[in-house]
Design a protein around this ligand. Structure first.
Ligand code: ANZ
Ligand code: ZN
Length: 872
């Protein structure tokens, strides 16, 4: 009688076996090479583990298991990104403390993850909400503050009307709140900001150092948005044509700077536009004849969100400032000045030189208000067009070309003219970034308290402090050196008068208990109501002070968590001084491979690169980049292709699948469902197919003669082909084709009556990363039957088998890779490889990538069984 495959009976046994032996525990320091595989730690929501989590975790689990079998010392850790709104909202509704809710949820997540057999190192489990953890989040914030990279500023923020929370620009999608989808509006609020823009250039440049998917690099580049251009100064004067009886000063001596990426079009700048918030407007208010009208416009404009204001399809509005003019520094002609909300205060200089003939936005505006349009660049002008300046206008041309209507620059190419005209008018070459500083305050309860206090007395002191320290040093030169270190203000305290750091020894600043978690309509955090907590002593002067009641955004804890896993390995409560972790950081960083969602590319991924760079500058970590390699998985959609959601009732509960089919089946299915980087809808039939496959494996193990003596050359060759395919597919995350190769091989075994032991053994080894439970069970079955379980060696600690090139050659050929007809590389390929597969294989070769260097491919010629030629 053949025993039936009953996953439930095996899983508990092997899970305990692995846990007891700690086979997944990473060792600090080893002679083995290290591998640090990382997946984005989950937010433990009330819904439990999502099947989308499982796709990413299984993928990295497979990679980590393969690395371990290849002889690496593997770190594959897990933890909880547990601060956040849903938990707080739940607390608001139910009155249950977020701490309790979080514990409940993480217990569920942990149980689910263990049931799926992920090889996490549970000894290094972390939670961002653990005070021992957020002590460090606060500590890092304090370093930012002390180095002048955190500052408080009243800024218009995106306010979500239903969450009652300020959002970072990144959290507003199409004018709506990223979390709840509700509308947002602009509100002025004092907020803490982190100066990520100071790192913009390095965040951009160092993308060259890392192996990220190209689409990830492109998204980050675009988000940072470096624009090279010039800042050009425009004089402002009272208009000669419009008399100004109210004017007190006969002629204003003022100027406005404009940032432009196209200084070559300066001769075509026929008007200027100021952002409604531009400060010059109030400075020269008395000179503006229609100031009432202007102020009314400004009031209305400031309420619009940035999204609305930059919406290209929206009709542009504006008001001319009557009574004043700007002077175009190239033509020396007076041009009108407008205020319009399509110019943003927060970008460039908050003012533009408008060139309606070469900028679509300016063109639309000029058309609407009847402003002069003057063409100054043509793609390919004739001689007469260059000389004879008067020409009919034939539409906006935004490209570069040759200058016309531009005095002595006529006939010059744009590229050169940019430099020359900038020089001609005394402009400065400058770069601008679209990246903004990171709004780092939230007016919520369930986040890390910002470890600062505000002291009125120290604020006053700060104003006289400079003189004070000097006088003190003159009177007590000896004491001053040492005491100055303590009493001297840090960059942050100078930058933010009155804000004083909580001393490091007093960290963490723990969240106090509150009765109500609901944020207020005034926008104050619920913490503001906890008077006893808010009122404190100033650590600097001992006088009365109040604590900052804003908390950090939920991106804070995840900005450094990859380091926390390392610290936790070195000391279980990770509370040693940061320098004590230097050796462990040197050993484990950078993360070798990080897989996560595309939705985090411009948020978490960028933020954590920024924090790591800052810690690198402090000398706390040894690597300038935290992640060597970054890949991304596609979403798992609901059956039918819609996003899974409770309201649609199409959420798949992994517990139920594990109970019905076993953990190996759901793991295998999620790898088999489709190309890893694509969004794939859930399909129950596919799940059953994977279950049948595992049953077949089980049947073969129990019904075929598996012996040392038997021989089967065909099966042996098939095995080696499969070993090659599976090994390579894991490296390129082509898990679906790896699984299908395993299936094909198993069908071949099914046809055989006898299977050579060595073949079956090797098959189980390459199956193990995908289906760790069944592989372990069957692996032990073919081992010495007299052994007790305690003497078993886990299949996951066996060596990854090497395929034999010779054995598979017959079905393979050497594919010659040419670029523009020149032989550049050779690679072993399957005989029946398709053009598409051959292209993929060739374009993924490092050598070829280097030669192509992002150049455009014209066409690709493929000659089956011989060569592929990439034509540029
Ligand atoms: C004159 C000009 C002529 C421009 C031309 C473009 C084309 P990016 O590429 O995004 O950096 N600009 C500058 N500051 C602005 C602000 N605060 N709000 C709105 N628009 C602003 O865009 C740079 C261009 O956007 C600048 O170059 C400026 O218009 C405009 F044929 O200057 B340009
Ligand atoms: Zn004080």
């Amino acid at each position: 009688m053949v025993k039936k495959f009953q996953p439930r009976l095996l899983e508990g046994k092997w899970r305990r076996f692995w846990e007891k032996r700690k086979i997944y525990a990473a060792k600090d320091f080893s002679r083995k090479p290290k591998f640090y595989g990382l997946i984005e730690f989950p937010y433990p929501s009330g819904e439990g583990l999502h099947v989308g989590h499982i796709r990413s975790y299984t993928a990295m689990d497979i990679i980590s298991r393969k690395r371990r079998m290849e002889g690496y010392n593997v770190l594959y850790p897990i933890g909880w990104d547990a601060f956040g709104l849903p938990t707080e909202n739940y607390a608001v509704r139910t009155g249950i403390h977020p701490k309790i809710v979080t514990k409940r949820n993480t217990d569920i997540f942990r149980r689910q993850m263990k049931s799926l057999g992920f090889g996490f190192d549970w000894d290094r489990e972390i939670a961002t909400t653990d005070p021992a953890y957020y002590k460090w989040t606060q500590w890092i914030f304090l370093q930012f503050f002390k180095h002048g990279l955190a500052y408080k500023k009243k800024i218009p923020i995106n306010w979500c009307l239903s969450c009652k929370i300020g959002l970072a620009n990144e959290e507003v999608v199409n004018g709506r709140c990223e979390r709840c989808g509700g509308p947002t509006e602009k509100r002025d609020k004092e907020q803490w900001l982190l100066a990520i823009t100071k790192y913009a250039d390095r965040l951009l440049q160092d993308l060259d150092k890392v192996d990220y998917l190209e689409k990830i690099k492109i998204q980050q580049k675009n988000w940072i948005g470096k624009s090279e251009g010039a800042v050009i100064k425009f004089e402002i004067r009272n208009s000669k044509s419009e008399t100004n009886p109210k004017s007190k000063i006969p002629n204003i001596k003022q100027s406005v700077e404009a940032f432009t990426t196209r200084p070559d079009t300066l001769f075509g700048a026929t008007y200027m536009v100021l952002a409604p918030e531009h400060e010059i407007i109030s400075q020269i208010k008395n000179e503006i004849l229609n100031i009432k009208e202007v102020e009314n416009y400004i009031k209305k404009a400031e309420r619009g969100s940035e999204f609305q204001r930059t919406d290209l399809t929206r009709e542009k509005t504006g008001v001319e400032l009557k009574g004043i003019k700007a002077v175009n520094p190239a033509t020396r002609k007076e041009i009108p000045i407008w205020v319009a909300d399509y110019v943003l205060a927060s970008y460039g200089t908050g003012a533009i030189m408008a060139v309606p003939s070469h900028d679509a936005r300016d063109f639309a505006f000029a058309k609407r208000y009847g402003l002069l349009i003057k063409q100054v660049v043509l793609p390919q002008p004739s001689k007469s067009q260059i000389q004879n300046s008067k020409r009919d206008f034939f539409g906006v041309y935004e490209g570069e070309g040759v200058l016309i209507n531009s005095g002595k620059f006529n006939g010059m190419f744009s590229e050169k003219a940019k430099r020359e005209i900038t020089k001609f008018v005394g402009g400065k070459k400058e770069s601008q970034y679209h990246l903004r500083d990171w709004i780092f305050s939230r007016q919520r309860y369930w986040g890390e308290p910002i470890p600062l206090v505000f002291c009125e007395q120290c604020k006053k002191q700060a104003q006289t402090n400079a003189d004070y320290t000097q006088i003190y040093a003159e009177i007590f030169p000896r004491e001053s050196a040492s005491s100055q270190r303590e009493s001297a203000l840090s960059e942050g305290e100078k930058l933010n008068p009155g804000w004083i750091v909580v001393p490091e020894k007093n960290l963490p600043v723990e969240l106090p208990e509150v009765k109500k978690y609901k944020p207020t309509d005034t926008g104050e955090s619920p913490l503001a109501a906890v008077t006893k907590w808010v009122q404190t002593k100033c650590p600097k002067c001992g006088g009365p002070a109040r604590r900052e009641t804003d908390t950090m955004p939920n991106w804070a804890g995840s900005s450094w968590y990859f380091l926390a896993y390392i610290m936790k390995g070195a000391s279980s409560n990770y509370q040693l001084p940061i320098t004590n972790y230097a050796k462990a950081f040197r050993y484990w960083t950078p993360v070798d491979w990080y897989n996560g969602g595309m939705e985090h590319t411009t948020l978490h991924l960028l933020y954590s690169r920024f924090w790591n760079k800052f810690l690198y500058d402090l000398g706390a970590v040894p690597e300038p980049e935290p992640y060597k390699k970054r890949t991304s998985h596609g979403m798992v959609l609901g059956e039918g292709g819609l996003k899974m959601s409770k309201s649609k009732g199409n959420v798949v509960n992994p517990d139920y699948i594990v109970r019905q089919f076993g953990a190996d089946t759901i793991r295998l299915y999620e790898m088999f469902m489709g190309p890893f980087d694509q969004a794939i809808p859930w399909d129950h039939k596919g799940l059953s197919g994977c279950s049948r496959f595992l049953n077949r494996v089980w049947d073969i193990a129990h019904s075929r003669r598996i012996s040392r003596e038997s021989k089967n050359a065909d099966l042996e060759r098939a095995l080696h082909q499969t070993m090659k395919k599976v090994g390579e597919d894991i490296e390129t995350m082509s898990f679906n084709t790896a699984v299908s190769a395993l299936m094909i091989f198993v069908n071949k075994c099914h046809e055989a009556k006898e299977i050579p032991l060595k073949i079956w053994e090797n098959f189980l080894l390459i199956l193990a990363p995908f289906a760790p439970f069944i592989a372990e069970e069957l692996h032990q079955q073919i081992k010495d039957k007299r052994l007790k379980i305690k003497d078993f060696k886990s299949v996951h600690l066996e060596k990854w088998p090497k395929y034999n090139e010779e054995l598979i050659k017959k079905d393979f050929f050497e594919l010659v890779i040419q670029v523009d007809g020149k032989v550049r590389d050779k690679v072993l390929a399957r005989a029946e490889i398709s053009q598409k597969e051959a292209e993929q294989l060739s374009l993924n070769r490092d050598k070829i990538k280097q030669i192509l260097g992002g150049k455009k491919i014209k066409k690709i010629i493929f000659v089956p069984k011989r060569l592929i030629n990439i034509v540029l």
